[in-house]
Design a protein around this ligand. Structure first.
Ligand SMILES: [Zn+2]
Length: 227
């Protein structure tokens, strides 16, 4: 009986290490999440830039094709004028109408190209800002992770020593519960309630907890109970 009660006392020490380990692991997870969040923003901006650049390429191609067509029409008009005939002049006039339409379309395209170039410039500057933020967050994440890992390693080493004197059966159950409730597998009884889940405890269970002679678990959350 004395041995079991001592083991319970020791187990509180083990749990102190475990709850510190959990806290540091949460710190690492939080930092990683923050970095992933910034990375997603950078990825999204890069994707936007890529599609804007593709759109610009298309617009420039369209404009190039239009210039080619204008050039072809100009030559045709020159040929028709050179004929010096009435029919030639009429045909040339028709072509000139087409040329006017194409030139208008060309100006609209140039305006679209200019807008697209401005949009790309904005996205580039946004990308630069977001990349900067990401680099800062990544640096912090690395520092936080390294510091937390050092603390975890220390606690793991101390825990390895601390568990040596805990009776194996108790440690086995503790590790099992610890999986479900990281850092809080062991909890106090609070009057007629479990201090962790606030579930009600039967009178007999309360007596057994006080005796500290065997493993008593909360019937609600399954944690190991102690006085
Ligand atoms: Zn409970």
């Amino acid at each position: 009986m004395a041995e079991f009660a001592e083991s319970l006392d020791l187990l509180w020490g083990v749990q102190k290490h475990d709850s510190q380990i959990v806290r540091e692991q949460e710190r690492i997870a939080k930092a990683s999440k923050a970095q992933a969040h910034e990375q997603a923003k950078v990825d999204e901006t890069q994707a936007t830039l890529k599609s804007q650049q593709e759109k610009l390429r298309q617009l420039k191609n369209e404009h190039k094709e239009l210039e080619g067509e204008l050039h072809r029409l100009d030559e045709r008009v020159n040929q028709l004028d050179a004929q010096g005939t009435e029919a030639g002049s009429q045909a040339a006039a028709k072509q000139r109408i087409k040329i006017d339409e194409l030139e208008t379309a060309g100006l609209e395209l140039l305006s679209l190209i200019s807008d697209q170039e401005s949009a790309i410039e904005l996205t580039r500057s946004e990308l630069a800002t977001r990349t900067n933020v990401l680099e800062g967050v990544a640096k912090t994440t690395k520092e936080v992770t390294e510091a937390a890992q050092a603390v975890i390693n220390q606690h793991v080493a101390e825990r390895t020593e601390a568990v040596k004197l805990v009776v194996p059966e108790l440690l086995h159950v503790y590790d099992e519960v610890q999986h479900r409730h990281p850092g809080s597998a062991l909890c106090h009884q609070n009057g007629e309630f479990c201090n962790a889940c606030q579930g009600e405890l039967r009178a007999q269970t309360q007596m057994q907890i006080k005796a500290r002679a065997e493993i008593i678990r909360c019937p609600h959350c399954l944690r190991i109970l102690d006085v």
